[in-house]
Design a protein around this ligand. Structure first.
Ligand SMILES: *[C@@H]1O[C@H](CO)[C@@H](O)[C@H](O)[C@H]1NC(C)=O
Ligand SMILES: *[C@@H]1O[C@H](CO)[C@@H](O)[C@H](O)[C@H]1NC(C)=O
Ligand SMILES: *[C@@H]1O[C@H](CO)[C@@H](O)[C@H](O)[C@H]1NC(C)=O
Ligand SMILES: *[C@@H]1O[C@H](CO)[C@@H](O)[C@H](O)[C@H]1NC(C)=O
Ligand SMILES: *[C@@H]1O[C@H](CO)[C@@H](O)[C@H](O)[C@H]1NC(C)=O
Ligand SMILES: *[C@@H]1O[C@H](CO)[C@@H](O)[C@H](O)[C@H]1NC(C)=O
Ligand SMILES: *[C@@H]1O[C@H](CO)[C@@H](O)[C@H](O)[C@H]1NC(C)=O
Ligand SMILES: *[C@@H]1O[C@H](CO)[C@@H](O)[C@H](O)[C@H]1NC(C)=O
Ligand SMILES: *[C@@H]1O[C@H](CO)[C@@H](O)[C@H](O)[C@H]1NC(C)=O
Ligand SMILES: *[C@@H]1O[C@H](CO)[C@@H](O)[C@H](O)[C@H]1NC(C)=O
Ligand SMILES: *[C@@H]1O[C@H](CO)[C@@H](O)[C@H](O)[C@H]1NC(C)=O
Ligand SMILES: CC(=O)N[C@H]1CO[C@H](CO)[C@@H](O)[C@@H]1O
Length: 855
């Protein structure tokens, strides 16, 4: 991770002094021992070695001069807390003090006496005070690190005046703000100005141009406004500019540009207008990140001399059309590796791309490109990833020779005809949301490498070609939302690595016994809802196809132990679900044991769809992965602690809208990790099993529109996570349980039950003896706001355990939370495009909360 590297770098940088171990001066030893005595710590490491039997210059964290004076103290990660003693001032020669990653909660006033310090590192301490002004008196200070504290107030501007200062790192102090001061003239010592993720605001002063030694400026995610001073770009040594995620506005102006700039990141601002051709004067530029602004032109006819430029991101701007003069003028554009032009207003595929022979990743999605996909676009051997999704493309221009592209995303266009077969090396193939009408019967022969294959939401008719089963590596196969007919080829669920099979919303027929699943199937998600499956789910069927495991299987291993989600909704299944059989359905009964999460004895397993080398710079476009669960260790405040145990196992049962009858098996209560249970719109009879109170993870329970009778078991009151409950339209009687949980549900959760009474249905009277209501209330209209969309949940649950590996950073699985949902959305859309109507396609500004960015 960049930041980590940065810290490592700083760390190395800070150790300026050679570790000389020399004879310790007596009084220094005493001072050190006294210091140790006066410090409070829990689990010291270096401080342990501080004892009088050895030379104090050899003690851990102590650096001496050749004549035995202590000049450096590294007490980072020593679990120091409590009041900081004044005894640090007993080292008049102290030049470097590192107290980072402790539990120090304030900067003591006595530190004002440490004015000889060159390097001071107090980062990663919970210091929730303003920065003391006395640092300005540290006239030899070169490096001041206060990152990751909780500093507030403003930054004492005088500190910028310290003429020796080379590094200021205040990153991650969210409450530290105010505007930056004018930078003093001729005091060009500052090399690194790191203010990322602070609340600094206002404009960046033109006098930043005085910092002639500036090498890196990082203002990522601050609150700066106004235009970016052109003086910044002319600083001669500046190598990295990261001004992303601010509110800088106006046009970019360069003059006399810096010749050393390597990385320029201005993404996520409000910059606008043209990007002038003088951007090509940054002759060592490697990466240009300008996404999410309002730029309207970019000089793609630019001159050749940028031989290091590999990566241009102009996504989410307003580029209308790119320069498209004659062939010769294009050949002058630098050869780049990754180009992102997604979410602009392009209407054609830019012609200059024809001359880009090193391009590895090209993203033109979300433009207004019409017509043909030119055949030359496939022809480069270098191209790994091509994203043309969300345009208005209609045809693939022939001739289509086999292409070596590995990641192809063509979803949401208007492509027609047969599913193409010229991409035999593709690992990721998304043809969803087009107008394709048929699947070649030998399609499987062209899917040898394919891991992800989506044909969903097209106009596909006919049978599912059995040749798909020949695709040896498929992990996700989505053919949902078409008009496919016939039966599910039996071999489909036997594909070796398949984990997601979505065939929902077709016209598939047959009985569930068509779906043969071998014992070691890796299938986790099977969606076959909204088809025309029928027949009894009777025990002999279950036995014969091992779907739920037969009675004989009770003492053997389960048949589908990994199945996470079963969605049989909207078919025409009849018959009883035999409770005892459910016992073999292990996954849903998994419990958390100790700190190690195991599923049925299986180690946590990771299915990754990231086909290419993650460490390769060349491919950044697709990295889709999901995991059962991740246990994440966050290094913070010095100790490795198991911060978050992410229990990403979410399971769902949706049997709604069938004709299941008989009682609900009480064994379902053993599904301790079940998140959502939908048995609505069936013909279940009998009582709600009191064992449901054991489904402690349950968030959504819909038993509406059945023939359930009896009382609501008070045990349901134990379901503390339950946020959606629908028991309406049954034949339940008695008082609605009075738990706090139940009091939050609306009336609609209970209406349509003749014998049900008590709040929220009827006003409670003190005696609690109000008679049962005699009037049967009508159920509310659909569209009531307290309603769960089960399609949505099935998708979300299915992929909540998919903790987007894509971002490479830490994503906390926060149930139902908005940002998480948005982040997963782009992945979800690929697999379950019917979501799109609901959540919209424009999530351009989605980014991952990087709260834990320092690992
Ligand atoms: C002092 O430290 C040394 C090595 O760090 C250790 O072997 C020794 O036992 C310590 N002595 C005392 C008195 O703690
Ligand atoms: C800091 O220095 C001042 C004046 O030099 C002195 O009065 C004060 O006692 C010192 N504080 C500590 C904690 O040494
Ligand atoms: C800096 O030092 C000067 C003189 O030693 C003193 O007057 C001033 O108060 C100090 N400033 C701060 C902020 O401590
Ligand atoms: C800084 O935070 C501390 C503790 O939260 C508070 O007491 C203090 O008033 C704050 N100071 C400023 C300048 O906001
Ligand atoms: C950031 O600064 C603005 C003023 O510029 C202030 O309104 C806001 O409360 C600050 N945010 C935090 C987290 O301190
Ligand atoms: C930017 O300022 C706004 C209010 O002025 C505040 O809500 C927001 O938290 C600030 N952003 C950062 C990153 O501190
Ligand atoms: C700027 O910072 C963001 C957040 O850490 C990072 O993603 C981006 O790569 C950085 N830009 C450059 C050019 O390093
Ligand atoms: C680029 O081509 C489009 C259509 O082919 C045309 O409308 C546009 O004027 C051309 N632009 C330039 C700068 O030549
Ligand atoms: C670019 O497209 C967006 C919507 O796709 C539209 O709102 C905007 O007006 C367009 N801009 C220009 C300059 O055409
Ligand atoms: C294209 O790939 C397929 C599958 O690997 C192969 O059978 C066919 O011969 C190839 N065609 C050409 C023209 O190379
Ligand atoms: C069933 O699981 C046990 C361990 O729990 C294992 O030893 C045995 O081989 C498994 N049987 C089958 C048929 O997979
Ligand atoms: C305000 C300040 O500290 N100015 C200093 C800038 O650097 C020159 C020498 O380079 C000093 O003379 C100034 O005092």
């Amino acid at each position: 991770m960049k930041t980590l590297l940065h810290y490592l770098f700083l760390l190395c940088f800070n150790i300026l002094l050679p570790a000389v171990h020399n004879q310790c001066i007596k009084n220094q030893q005493q001072s050190l021992l006294y210091l140790k005595k006066s410090l409070q710590f829990d689990l010291p490491s270096r401080l342990m070695s501080w004892n009088s039997s050895t030379d104090c210059c050899s003690w851990g964290g102590v650096t001496c001069t050749s004549n035995g004076h202590v000049v450096g103290l590294d007490l980072s990660l020593e679990t120091i807390s409590g009041p900081i003693p004044g005894s640090f001032t007993n080292f008049p020669n102290l030049r470097e003090l590192d107290l980072s990653s402790n539990y120090i909660s304030y900067i003591p006033g006595s530190f004002a006496n440490l004015s000889n310090l060159r390097v001071l590192d107090l980062s990663w301490n919970p210091i929730s005070d303003p920065i003391p002004g006395f640092f300005a008196n540290f006239s030899k200070l070169t490096s001041l690190s206060l990152s990751g504290c909780q500093l507030n107030g403003t930054f004492p501007k005088e500190i910028f005046q310290v003429p020796t200062l080379q590094i200021i790192d205040l990153s991650g102090n969210f409450k530290l703000g105010g505007s930056l001061p004018e930078f003093p003239k001729n005091n060009g010592s500052l090399q690194r100005l790191i203010l990322r993720q602070t609340n600094f605001s206002g404009s960046l002063p033109e006098s930043i141009g005085n910092l002639k030694m500036l090498f890196r400026i990082d203002l990522f995610k601050c609150n700066f406004t106004g235009s970016i001073p052109s003086s910044l770009f002319s600083l001669p040594l500046l190598s990295e500019i990261n001004l992303s995620y601010n509110q800088f506005s106006g046009e970019l102006t360069f003059s006399n540009v810096s010749s050393n700039l390597v990385n320029l990141d201005l993404s996520f601002n409000n910059l606008e207008g043209q990007i002038s051709v003088s951007i090509f004067n940054f002759q060592f530029l490697e990466s240009l990140q300008l996404s999410s602004n309002n730029f309207n032109t970019f000089p793609f006819n630019g001159p050749q001399q940028l031989k290091y430029l590999t990566n241009i991101d102009l996504s989410n701007n307003s580029l209308l059309s790119l320069y498209n003069g004659t062939d010769s003028s294009y050949s002058s554009f630098p050869q780049i590796v990754s180009l992102n032009l997604a979410a602009n207003n392009l209407t054609t595929i830019p012609y200059f791309l024809r001359n880009q022979s090193t391009l590895s990743s090209l993203n033109l999605s979300e433009n207004h490109i019409q017509g043909k996909i030119p055949h030359w676009i496939w022809s480069s051997n270098q191209l790994d990833s091509l994203n043309l999704s969300c345009n208005s493309l209609v045809t693939l221009e022939p001739p289509l020779y086999n292409s070596t592209v590995k990641i192809v995303d063509l979803h949401s266009n208007q492509l027609q005809g047969q599913i193409p077969t010229f991409l035999p090396f593709a690992k990721y193939l998304d043809y969803s949301r087009n107008n394709f009408s048929s699947i070649p019967s030998n399609i499987g022969d062209f899917l040898t490498d394919t891991l992800f294959f989506s044909l969903s939401s097209n106009n596909l008719h006919g049978l599912i070609p059995a040749s798909i089963c020949n695709a040896p590596n498929i992990q996700i196969l989505d053919m949902s939302n078409n008009s496919l007919s016939g039966m599910i080829p039996q071999c489909l669920t036997a594909i070796r690595d398949i984990s997601v099979l979505n065939l929902a919303r077709n016209n598939l027929i047959g009985t569930i016994s068509n779906v043969e699943v071998s014992k070691d199937s890796s299938l986790e998600i099977l969606e076959i809802g909204r088809n025309r499956f029928g027949g009894q789910i009777a025990s002999h069927v279950l036995r014969s196809n091992n779907f739920y495991g037969g009675i004989e299987c009770l003492n053997t291993n389960g048949t589908w132990p990994r199945l996470q989600i079963i969605d049989l909704a909207h078919n025409n299944f009849r018959g009883e679900i035999q409770g005892i059989l459910w016992r073999t359905w292990h996954t849903m009964m998994v419990t958390e044991e100790g700190s190690q999460l195991t599923i049925n004895g299986h180690e946590l397993r990771r299915i990754s769809i990231n086909p290419l080398d993650r460490n390769s710079d060349r491919l950044v476009e697709v990295s889709l992965g999901f995991e059962y669960g991740i246990s994440i260790t966050v290094t913070n405040k010095g100790s490795e602690m198991n911060m978050v145990k992410i229990l990403c196992i979410f399971t769902l049962i949706d049997f709604s809208c069938n004709n299941f009858s008989g009682p609900i098996p009480k064994e379902m209560g053993e599904f301790k990790l079940l998140y959502a249970l939908n048995l609505s719109k069936n013909a279940f009879t009998g009582e709600i099993p009191s064992s449901f109170g054991n489904m402690s993870a349950l968030e959504c329970l819909d038993l509406s529109q059945n023939k359930l009778s009896g009382y609501i078991p008070p045990q349901l009151g134990k379901l503390t996570f339950l946020s959606f409950l629908n028991l309406s339209n049954n034949q339940l009687v008695g008082r609605i349980p009075t738990s706090t949980q139940f009091s939050t549900f609306p009336k609609a959760s209970f209406t349509g039950n003749k014998g049900l009474w008590g709040p929220p249905l009827t006003v409670d009277n003190k005696a609690g003896l109000s008679p049962p209501p005699t009037v049967n209330r009508r159920p509310p209209n659909s569209g009531h706001h307290h309603e769960v969309n089960w399609d949505l949940i099935s998708v979300e649950l299915g992929f909540t355990f998919g903790c987007g590996v894509a971002i490479g950073s830490l994503v906390l699985c926060k149930r139902w939370s908005k940002w998480y949902y948005r982040a997963m959305c782009s992945i979800l859309l690929k697999i379950f495009p019917q979501l799109e109507e609901r959540i919209g396609i424009h999530q351009r500004h989605v980014h991952i909360n990087q709260r834990w960015w320092r690992r």
